[in-house]
Write a protein that binds this ligand. Sequence first.
Ligand code: FE
Ligand code: FE
Ligand code: ZN
Length: 302
Amino acid sequence: MIIGSHVSFGPEQLLGSVKEAINYGANTFMFYTGAPQNTLRKAIDENLILEAKKLMKENNIDINKVICHAPYIINLANNGEEAKYNFSIAFLKGEVTRCEQMGIKYLVLHPGSSVGIPKDIALDNIIFALNQVLKEDTKTMILLETMAGKGTEIGTNLEEIKYIIDNINFKDKIGVCLDTCHLNDAGYDMSDFDSFIANFNKIIGHNYLKCIHINDSKNEMNSHKDRHANIGFGTIGFENIYKIINHESLEGIPKILETPYIGEHDLDKARIYPPYKFEIDMLKKGIFNANLMNDIRDYYKK
Ligand code: FE
Ligand code: FE
Ligand code: ZN
């Protein structure tokens, strides 16, 4: 099982991410090359990459399964403001270059939001932009994430993702990242993953599946909300998520948790703790821990 979580990319860059992943008992991880909400990026430090790679090797973390996530503010779907659209394309190119510098194979991208323009034009904007970024010598693959359908998001159903892939010039540079919360919120039934994956294989093709985000959802199926819940504390539920991560079709595919941090409600409200060490442990054991939140608070309080 290749499982990890979202981790930060702090002053130690990739090395900091690896250390954090190890603390969670993970054998993979996902990071942003800076804050997910903005595009301020520091130059990649070569020495820190070397140290990070050494530490990964020592801890059996395969760099080929490590995931980078592009910032949310990249929007390739809307070209209403030319400068903004061009900035998104240029920034995505920069992200791909940073991944290549670090030896990261997969970059997850939200396809974008149409915001006021027809969907077919939005889809073609995404395709045009991706074909500007993905060239013959590109070494990092872009993974289109399936979205919940919040607002005017594109990529809310498999047909839209398929349409984008069909029009990408270099098909070995494009893939898909599923997200269980997003799929649930988009209207796909996560309690019947056999049917979902059969449908995915038929529409898109199994060879395009490279990553899956494992999140429970705070909302009902088809709610189009996109609010992640801790594993077993949402509408998908522990049993279904456990079945998904152990599904034979996902063997060897990195599984990344993006569940919310746990707040400290009694004393100091500003303190929040990462749930990943405990959620990964729970998923490895296959037994739901109803006391998860308290266990996490107790562990980090010390
Ligand atoms: Fe995402
Ligand atoms: Fe996600
Ligand atoms: Zn989400």
